[in-house]
Design a protein. Sequence first.
Length: 213
Amino acid sequence: MASGQVGTEGGVRPRRRRLDAAARRASILEAAIPVFATVGYEQTRMSDVAARIGVTEPVIFQNFGTKAELFAAALDRVSEQAAAHLTELAVKHETVDVWLRHLLDADHLDHLHTAPMFGVLFEDAHRLQFEAAVAAAFHRNTARVAEGLASILKRGQAEGAIRNDVSALSLAWLVVSLIQARQFRRRFSPESSSSLERELLDRIVDTLRRPQA
């Protein structure tokens, strides 16, 4: 039996490797994100997060202070995933206007905002802005997403697919608002027709495309 191992028969058990502070925080985040994304902020219990990585609940609070601060850190992490998703999606499409149509398609947006996708955290954060840490994270990460959109739209302007009489960042914020508008319709008009969504998408893409000479 190797040194440092303790067996169940009076021998040695494997010692749990002590994580440094950064690794501990990272492990907590990795455990918290799927819980937040699946059951939402209000229903998430710190005891459930702790159980996923085999620590006690006080360890969570020692590393993040409050549930709101843990959620804010989770939002920071998933915004990286959102930016990567946007980039990967753009690479898969021949032109930026075609990418934009796919991005803003109602079914695609609904998928991104359904548990356990990262959009669930953004939706929760939008409602939780009375929590200072969450509000700051929401504003910071919405701006990050807008900047990611702007870089892709700027490429579309250079290619001639996207109108260039408006700054790419302004167009990006318009796209952010359109994403939010879809979730507003989804929440308050659950029977919104597919024909309405197609009509809206056609008009939106026409507006953002570069006018033909």
